[in-house]
Design a protein around this ligand. Sequence first.
Ligand code: HEM
Length: 146
Amino acid sequence: MYLAPSPQIAVLWIHIIAACVWIGGQITLGMLVPLLRFDRDLVLAAARRFGWLGWSAFAVLIVTGVINMHEIGVSFTHLNATPTSRTLSLKLTLVIISGLAAAAHSLLPRLMQEGTARRALTGILAVLALLAALGAAFYGVVIAEH
Ligand code: HEM
């Protein structure tokens, strides 16, 4: 006899896989870019390919996250009502920071002149997107374990 999976577990599983893609993709791309720097076209091609995969994973995180919220009985109108919903608010703030930092990071080349300032800001935004996503994952586990 094995433990039986349920539809809720399948949704949580998809949520975790999407988190792996969002976080793992950022780490992989972050490690590849310095190696590919000699060929700008290659960097752009790798970034575009990850962009497609990463934003798809982010969209999946939002859809499955809303279903998870429903499963644990938290609604957007009561995000300050209980310790669980307050922890979820903190997690959602980190999700927003991660998404905004990743979007700003990828739009920066179109908004700023090439140079040291742009390179520094692009790096800071990439680190922020990753750290915020790691924080969101951490608070996700905290919620799931309570
Ligand atoms: C950067 C985006 C996100 C990441 C990296 C992330 C990651 C995670 C992880 C790793 C877990 C733990 C699962 C477990 O231990 O079983 C989790 C749980 C959870 N996540 Fe997310 N998540 C993200 C976005 C969202 C969003 C946008 C929402 C809501 C709209 C959400 C709602 C939840 C809920 C409610 C749980 C707890 C599920 C349960 O207890 O069954 N997440 N998340």
